[in-house]
Ligand binder design. Sequence first.
Ligand SMILES: Nc1nc2c(c(=O)[nH]1)N[C@H]1C(S)=C(S)[C@@H](COP(=O)(O)OP(=O)(O)OC[C@H]3O[C@@H](n4cnc5c(=O)[nH]c(N)nc54)[C@H](O)[C@@H]3O)O[C@H]1N2
Ligand SMILES: Nc1nc2c(c(=O)[nH]1)N[C@H]1C(S)=C(S)[C@@H](COP(=O)(O)OP(=O)(O)OC[C@H]3O[C@@H](n4cnc5c(=O)[nH]c(N)nc54)[C@H](O)[C@@H]3O)O[C@H]1N2
Ligand code: SF4
Ligand SMILES: [Mo]
Length: 768
Amino acid sequence: MENGTHYRTCHLCEAMCGVAIEVKDGHIASIKGDEDDPLSHGHICPKAVALQDLHEDPERLRKPMRKTANGWKEMDWDEAFDLVADRLHRVRKEQGRNSIGVYLGNPNVHNHGSLVATMPFLRAIGSQNRFSATSNDQLPHMLASLELFGHQILFPIPDIDRTDLFICIGANPMASNGSLMTVPDVRGRLKALKGRGGKMIVVDPRRTETAKLADEFHFIRPGTDALLLMAMVHTLFDEDLVNLGHAENWTKDVDLLRLASLSFTPEAVSAHTGLEPDSIRQLARQLATTQKAALYTRMGTSTQAFGGVATWLAYCLNILTGKLDATGGVMFTQPAIDLVALGGFSGQQGHFGKRYSRVKKLPEFAGEYPASTMADEMLTPGEGQIKAFVTVAGNPVLSNPNGGRLDQALEGLDFMVSVDYYLNETTRHADVILPPTAALERSHYDLIFSMFAVRNFAKYSDALFEAGEDSRHDWQILLELAHRLEKKRKGGRLPLRSELGWRAFKQIGPDPILDLLLRSGPYGADIGPARGLVQPAVDLALDILPNRHPLRGMAKLSPLNRHWQDLPKGLSLATLRDNPNGVDLGPLRPCMPERLFTRDGKVNLAPRRYLKDLDRLHELLASPATDELLMIGRRHVRSNNSWMHNSQRLVKGKDRCTLIIHPRDAARCGLQPGDSAEITSDSGNVSGNIVLPVEITEDIMPGVVSVPHGWGHHRPGTGQSVASAHAGASINDVLSDQQVDPLVGTSVLNGQKVKVKVWRAERQRKRA
Ligand SMILES: Nc1nc2c(c(=O)[nH]1)N[C@H]1C(S)=C(S)[C@@H](COP(=O)(O)OP(=O)(O)OC[C@H]3O[C@@H](n4cnc5c(=O)[nH]c(N)nc54)[C@H](O)[C@@H]3O)O[C@H]1N2
Ligand SMILES: Nc1nc2c(c(=O)[nH]1)N[C@H]1C(S)=C(S)[C@@H](COP(=O)(O)OP(=O)(O)OC[C@H]3O[C@@H](n4cnc5c(=O)[nH]c(N)nc54)[C@H](O)[C@@H]3O)O[C@H]1N2
Ligand code: SF4
Ligand SMILES: [Mo]
């Protein structure tokens, strides 16, 4: 790129901050917040500089690599594609299609090219053994959206800019910058909330960075949120505070929910949760009586033993108090590329429990099995055992519970390939690594996070730097592999039509598809006076066609949908190019019940699967409240999952991979400031230990310890020297992969039992 300022969206986390990158003489001179970005208004976090560090990192892989007896050797692309397609095909032919496992990691969702290419790639692989980071993350939200609204990614987003009460449970947006709530500049937005007389309440086992800004804070015992939320539901019914607002007409089974909540009184759940009965009642009352209020839950309530039920109840609380689809409550976005409507149109609303995994019999969700069972599927012999593995932008050795076991399982595979630009804890097991272009060498459109943003917003950026001649984008790698695999499957040749189709796809890439989707979406083509002629036909289609008819889907999706009639029109790739800071498409607007995807057009408040899972919740309530040490995770604003630790600017300073423990528990374990602690699992099949420096503080609830994830870069054979010098230890080495929420299959990453003791070796060394 020429000298000048390039505007784009930072793709590192979910916040979608606009950045202004200044380039001088072919190099990045500075990265600043883009003041004219209508969503982020100039905000960035300290990680934004990592865009430069990643781009310039000499250890970022740029050529395909092959593992040989004498170490890694570079190879050329054609040779690499041939080798990979050949080996995968051979495994598939000899051992069946399910013998190939695929794991898709988090950065895929920040990469529109990968998203477009993933589907054909997975189809070409043809295996049911598909996994992703989803089951260590937002799976309970997807199930709740599927069950209640009929669509797995139709998420209610807090209307944080207009709410007067923000109840934040199990989330730490001050560190994470929001999640399933794309919200750049959380601090500024919370300040504005207070400025208009609003209030924030935080419920968390740790007094987090977010909690420190709250007006009210409650400690909660990990894993008990479902009890708290059920007692809030109970209070709403008990005190006659239920008022569904306009959801009244399109919500059913309210009474079933009332019945389900009967025995969960605030008094009954108090000892387990750690909240006083009166605090619980007050929480419910404040939610009910504040007209503009939003209750939001995230990782802490999702990746735990009762994540499914807790997330469902959080949805229910917003609905029972009339906050769903209401200004200042939780609302639905209307993004420029509406994957919700597109999914509905193509029958991809999602599905759950259509089949079960081979070894543990865990349910699939949208075609994926829980990632916690990957190692089982690799280590357990029999038909369908995973023998070859593909990872795309993932580091499950560090991100998946019982990473140590997966580490060993990967070592025993016949073949592994990783599409990734780092040689890290996972990819070191690969036979071949296929590194894609760096983020600044490709165009960017946030397909996914535009759908979760607190305002409707669209932004496109061209690549900042030209991709080298001898480089490949993620989408090119995936399509090329898919094409070659398909050819092999068909005996070496494809029918002409299909061959031409593949070639065309590989030629045009994802951006023309974006353009088409923008033009045909809610803010798309403005057909002017012709609208008068076409509109009646569209209205008729929407009136008479059954809910799931494809034509109805198409009509709903088009710019002609009457509910979208007043939206600004004329959006295309060209208009986005003309507006490099992004285009504001307005605040979230009420859009229900038209946007529901349930068969009967109603929100079902009490789906049977949740009611059935209440037996487990009753058991929890009936068991005595315990005081055993439970471990939870945490995030830090200068770290991002496992892969940003090779940036010196981000890892410098104080050690952030520590064990946080309350003084009472520290005393019980004999820990003093400056000590290191040994942490072992007390919950299942994990044999390892980790050792971490301790931070003793009253900011954590007694009976709880906290460790961040994504660290543990001490393993040999990786190629990230900065990360290795700041190795830390992986919490997932002491989390069991046997603990999942049986309802949804999500890993229990928060609330597993652990043992903590002084790490004697170090104390002795210090004394000596
Ligand atoms: N800086 C930074 N930002 C990130 C990321 C990152 O790694 N670093 N990762 C990104 C990703 S992939 C995601 S999914 C999001 C996640 O975004 P968040 O969910 O906002 O992030 P966490 O910090 O994991 O917040 C979880 C909170 O739940 C609390 N908690 C733990 N157990 C329980 C429990 O049982 N009950 C309750 N009520 N609370 C509990 C924890 O103390 C913690 O404060 O962040 C994204 N943004
Ligand atoms: N204990 C515990 N475990 C957790 C969590 C927790 O809170 N606690 N959080 C969970 C959550 S929410 C998530 S999302 C997962 C994340 O889990 P993963 O997605 O498995 O792990 P990441 O650390 O995000 O690793 C991303 C990988 O993608 C590579 N990469 C980065 N950009 C690109 C790209 O553009 N293309 C390609 N091909 N590769 C790229 C990086 O080099 C790295 O290897 O971790 C989960 N694990
Ligand atoms: S919060 Fe930081 S990492 Fe996330 S998008 Fe904004 S600048 Fe990037
Ligand atoms: Mo995540």
